[in-house]
Write a protein that binds this ligand. Structure first.
Ligand SMILES: [Zn+2]
Length: 454
């Protein structure tokens, strides 16, 4: 079915779709807040009933945390299945006073629907569900479709992560659809070609048992603040490259094809400055921005705390310091090896008289990188081009991480296809989150065009 027919399929159901989207948004499913657990469970049950009604065998799966929804509609057994991942949990809403209308009372202003989760991820998972329903009604869906919709994405997906191995048989698929991202600022359809993984570290430095007088002990006592500063300063060389031996092990440089696709949408330093207030001069400045963000690992100092920061002066030699670091790692790098490389390096840096403890070394997940020549990707490109024929598709190697996607891909054997119709204006995670009818409809059209049997 060409685009026009899916447009009219949407128009015919429009009122019902918008009504139910609002119902979905009324659940205050703030996943991270135990006070909202009942709302999360009610939201999961609503999704189960919705998918049941649409012809899926659905269930709410209890976990140690918030439940997830598993739904399956069997299709032609000779064709590989499609797995769709989304999340019903939303970010907390504070500061509440900054909301023009209450976060869980969805409100239309112009053609935008305002509510927490309007886009992230309720809006995007709901257009996906609606498109699947329209495909079923039009008898254009002959594949097995499986949904996994969880309730802990916004704070680490721990429960789903732990449950996944047991669900391996029920989620085998060829493609993994994830609609939880956005387009570039021009609104051009954006295909995510890779994600970085993440590691997190925390270490404490301890010198004396307590802060010491800087006069009496100056020249004698080792200074924890100075040690922390020296360690942080040693992490990168003058070119911005991480100086820890072995840190780049496993990195695979971009292919010619990847370079061409990535360079086709260059970062504008002016836009970057307008968005952030600074210039894109971090990292390895001699390399193009797309390579620094999409194809190379980073090690960032997230926090460095020591000594006195209050008003006036306090002449001490600080006894303690705390360093928090995170590394974004790329496909090809082994997270466990890299954790070891970094912690080993840190331990060796403690100067005499200062003891170091690594208090956290956490693997969020590995990096992912998708083959630009994969046949499935051509289907995605075709569907995106049909949604927005006037704009070229942006191929983006994303610097951020969605750790559960790597796990789902591994357990299901599916190729992740990441795209989405979010926009900076949607203000996800902030007060007055919204999603426009236009973005919602584009997501619906894309999903229908991608999955309609050809
Ligand atoms: Zn989010």
């Amino acid at each position: 079915m060409p685009r026009k027919q899916w447009e009219s399929a949407f128009e015919q159901r429009r009122e019902d779709i918008l009504h139910d989207w609002e119902t979905f948004l009324r659940f205050a499913s703030i996943g991270t807040d135990p006070a909202h657990k009942a709302e999360c469970e009610a939201c999961a049950r609503w999704l189960r009933d919705r998918l049941d009604h649409s012809g899926f065998e659905s269930r709410v799966v209890a976990t140690a945390g918030n439940p997830f929804v598993h739904a399956l509609r069997p299709g032609n057994p000779d064709k590989p299945a499609i797995l769709i991942y989304g999340h019903y949990d939303v970010q907390p809403v504070d500061p509440l006073e900054d909301w023009t209308t209450p976060p869980f009372e969805p409100t239309w202003r112009k053609d935008r629907l305002y509510a927490r989760g309007a886009q992230d991820n309720k809006g995007q998972i709901f257009y996906t569900i609606c498109a699947i329903e329209s495909l079923i009604a039009a008898q254009k869906l002959d594949r097995t479709v499986i949904f996994i919709i969880e309730g802990e994405e916004e704070f680490g997906s721990d429960s789903l992560n732990q449950a996944l191995d047991a669900w391996s048989d029920q989620i085998q698929a060829e493609a993994l659809l994830v609609h939880d991202t956005g387009t570039v600022s021009s609104g051009a359809p954006t295909l995510i070609m890779g994600l970085r993984g993440i590691l997190q570290f925390e270490c404490t430095l301890q010198g004396a048992t307590h802060d010491l007088h800087s006069g009496i002990h100056g020249g004698l006592a080792p200074n924890a603040a100075q040690a922390a500063a020296a360690i942080c300063a040693s992490l990168h060389d003058a070119t911005g490259r991480v100086a820890i031996p072995g840190f780049y092990d496993g990195v695979i440089p971009p292919s010619d094809r990847e370079r061409t696709l990535a360079a086709a949408s260059p970062l504008s330093p002016e836009t970057y400055r307008a968005e952030t207030g600074t210039t894109p001069d971090g990292g390895q400045r001699d390399l193009p921005p797309y390579e620094r963000v999409g194809f190379l690992p980073t090690l960032e100092i997230n926090g460095l705390h020591s000594g006195y920061g209050g008003p006036g002066s306090k002449t001490i030699i600080p006894a303690q310091a705390l360093i928090k670091l995170s590394a974004r790692i790329v496909h090809g790098q082994d997270p466990a090896t890299l954790i070891e490389t970094v912690t080993q390096y840190l331990k060796e840096q403690a100067p005499p008289g200062i003891s170091m403890q690594i208090t956290q070394a956490h693997i969020g997940g590995p990096g992912l990188r998708f083959d630009p020549e994969a046949p499935l990707l051509a289907d995605v490109q075709q569907a995106l081009a049909a949604v927005k024929p006037d704009q070229p598709i942006v191929h983006r190697w994303e610097g951020a991480s969605i750790p559960i996607v790597a796990r789902l891909a591994e357990v299901s054997g599916a190729t992740p296809l990441l795209t989405g119709f979010g926009h900076e204006d949607d203000r996800i995670h902030a007060p007055n989150e919204s999603f426009s009818l236009d973005q919602f409809r584009n997501g619906f059209l894309y999903t229908a065009l991608l999955l309609a049997q050809r």
